[in-house]
Ligand binder design. Structure first.
Ligand SMILES: [Zn+2]
Length: 159
């Protein structure tokens, strides 16, 4: 399974909207799925909050993501175990472990957040309390990316 985009498409940084409040997310964190088959590491900027989204998939998985540029993410193990899921406009491919089912990360492209990105499931990071991290919210359900993130959840009801 080819997980990498062409190198020329992969920026080293994500120029992005102001991501706001400080956090204790440290650079270069390792993480993985539950059974241990999938391992990865990601460089998360200090001060970077977690992202949540109200779209139909994010609502069901309840993922809090750390958004990083593709160059800031490295899959260390488990490529053969990874399964992928895409839907709708196929903004992103979501990767989960085929053994334990844990959603580990997604790869996507969204102009509004600076192009190619990897959305790391912060709940998968070793020794990191994602529930204690500051969170920003996107209105993915209504394709309202241009509005940017805000500090309160967007509604899941129809626009
Ligand atoms: Zn697993």
């Amino acid at each position: 399974m080819n997980l990498e985009r062409a190198p020329e498409e992969a920026p080293t940084t994500i120029p992005t909207t102001d991501l706001g409040a400080a956090t204790d997310i440290a650079p270069r964190r390792a993480g993985g799925c539950h059974c241990g088959a999938v391992r990865f590491e990601a460089a998360l900027a200090p001060g970077q909050p977690g992202s949540r989204c109200n779209c139909s998939v994010c609502t069901k998985t309840a993922v809090t993501s750390g958004m990083v540029a593709p160059a800031a993410f490295r899959l260390l193990a488990g490529e053969d175990e990874l399964r992928a899921y895409e839907w709708g406009a196929k903004i992103s491919r979501r990767f989960f472990c085929g053994r334990c089912g844990v959603h580990c990360f997604g790869r996507g492209y969204l102009e509004e957040i600076g192009g190619h990105y990897v959305a790391v499931n912060l709940n998968c990071l070793d020794g990191f309390d994602a529930a204690a991290a500051p969170v920003i919210y996107w209105d993915g359900r209504h394709d309202n990316w241009g509005a940017g993130p805000r500090p309160a959840p967007w509604p899941v009801s129809p626009a």
